[in-house]
Design a protein around this ligand. Structure first.
Ligand code: NDP
Ligand code: 2IT
Length: 451
């Protein structure tokens, strides 16, 4: 059968839309990947015949469950939890858990789909999954968060395992939540095993895991700049978010001699023209992880900084931009404003923070643009190393893991260049990441036959 006998991109996307009504984020993520994969498959009958992309875009399973918990005022609360196990062709399902009121099945399906390609890009044996709940940790006491996590795990535990599915953190899930969930898993199963990553150092967590996503996103940026004979040193950077990824991205930019100008949360952003140095970053980490406060408090603490309520930071003049908060937080107009203000490079710490229209602006302007599935893969990569250490019952030191992270990010960058160099010196990192990520998963699936 000739390649031309198979469905084209438009027909494929019509099918995806029909089968996933109203799931806009999922459809967006599939569209972004399908554009490149259809071009790549144009002379590859085997992928078409085996319906590989169609199969990757249909999660292996979506588990949805009720999560009941009691708040401090003895009200019974009901949330919805999910685990999306997208694809385990190259390893156990792997991906974070997100607790945020905006979590829907569509959001988790897009994240699990993206994770499949991201995990493949790392070169480590991990499939793609994602989970979460529409639970809002903001304003909740530690006991409430503990009861929620325990209830969530009381259902999730039967679907996961160190060789089946290994969750980790994401928005709203950090060290505290992983601790509560790991404790409940251990209590229910009477097994101590590496079923979650991002664990505390005392109980099997890996050095460098907390830093890995933010540091990795900066290493990816550094690799992109180096490819053009440029560097982070002396450059100004605009960062969104103020959580795990944003604070560690800010830390690494600062360590490399760059100047961070902004951070944000869902309430607005702060602009500090003097630069957010290590001392200020430590203050933000404490604000977010211990006090559980809001970024607006930064402007009260540090003279010269301003808070911009209800706004995002993309209008601030900068050389580099790192979206590190959430999906679709950087639109077409904001992308245009970054480009016209002279921004030379964008590295996504968050997953799918730039809209499809925004991505087109960056590509048309031929500025460096590292998509999340490549740029933020350092986090899951070190999670993969945590799994290895747990299996071997050993732990590696910070220096060794730091070196492994820089090597992994360099390797991911190389794969993107291999498949994304358009011949005239410009690298389409989206295309490179999509094709390199797809190829490994697709070839494994071909080997398995129709399963
Ligand atoms: P955190 O919960 O630590 O921080 C999230 C940050 O983003 C907070 O500042 C939060 O502000 C902000 N935020 C969340 N939702 C929104 C929203 N709807 N609008 C504006 N701001 C928002 O999460 P992480 O730092 O771990 O995750 C950030 C991003 O990085 C996510 O896209 C995640 O998927 C991605 N990522 C995370 C990895 C990890 O290892 N943690 C690995 C790879 C990617 P507020 O407090 O107001 O909600
Ligand atoms: O989006 C992501 O890659 C993560 N939230 C981290 C996943 C993981 O398993 O470490």
């Amino acid at each position: 059968m000739a390649v031309s006998d198979h469905v084209d991109l438009a027909t494929f996307m019509e099918g995806v839309k029909k089968r996933n009504p109203g799931q806009t984020e999922f459809i967006q993520a599939v569209h972004e990947v399908a554009q490149d994969i259809f071009e790549f498959m144009s002379d590859k009958v085997e992928y078409h015949e085996a319906q590989i992309l169609r199969r990757i875009a249909e999660p292996d399973r979506v588990v949805s469950f009720r999560v009941c918990w009691e708040d401090d005022n003895h009200n019974i609360r009901v949330q919805r939890g999910w685990r999306v196990q997208n694809n385990n062709a190259i390893g156990p399902y792997k991906g974070g858990i997100r607790f945020h009121p905006s979590v829907t099945e569509s959001v988790l399906k897009f994240l699990a789909f993206e994770q499949t390609f991201k995990n493949s890009l790392t070169g480590l044996p991990m499939g793609g999954g994602k989970g979460g709940a529409n639970f809002n940790p903001r304003g909740k006491s530690d006991s409430e968060v503990m009861r929620f996590c325990q209830s969530f795990m009381s259902e999730l535990y039967r679907h996961i395992g160190p060789n089946t599915d290994v969750p980790a953190g994401d928005i709203g899930v950090g060290g505290r939540e992983i601790g509560y969930m790991f404790g409940q898993y251990k209590r229910l199963t009477n097994r101590w095993e590496g079923v979650l990553t991002g664990k505390g150092q005392e109980y099997g967590g890996s050095q460098m895991r907390p830093e890995a996503t933010g540091y990795g996103a900066v290493y990816f940026l550094q690799n992109m700049l180096k490819h053009q004979g440029n560097d982070v040193e002396g450059q100004s950077a605009v960062i969104s978010g103020s959580g795990n990824v944003a604070t560690h991205a800010a830390e690494k930019i600062t360590q490399l001699g760059g100047k961070v100008l902004t951070m944000s949360d869902s309430g607005g952003f702060i602009h500090d023209p003097d630069g957010i140095d290590q001392e200020k970053i430590d203050w933000v980490k404490h604000l977010k992880n211990v006090k559980r406060g809001r970024i607006s408090e930064y402007a009260d603490e540090f003279k010269g900084a301003t808070y911009h309520e209800g706004e995002r930071p993309w209008g601030v003049e900068c050389d580099l931009a790192l979206p590190c908060a959430t999906q679709n937080e950087l639109n077409e107009d904001e992308a245009k404003s970054l480009v016209s203000n002279g921004c030379k490079g964008v590295s996504e710490g968050a997953n799918m923070p730039t809209t499809l229209e925004g991505v087109k602006v960056f590509h048309d302007a031929k500025i460096l643009y590292g998509p999340g599935k490549a740029a933020n893969a350092g986090g899951v990569a070190v999670s993969g190393l945590e799994m290895s250490q747990n299996s071997e019952r050993i732990s590696w030191n910070q220096e060794r893991l730091g070196d492994m992270l820089t090597d992994l990010m360099e390797g991911i960058h190389e794969k993107c260049v291999e498949y994304g160099d358009d011949g005239d010196g410009y690298v389409d990192y989206v295309k490179g990441a999509n094709i390199a990520g797809f190829k490994k998963v697709a070839d494994a699936m071909l080997a398995f036959g129709v399963v």
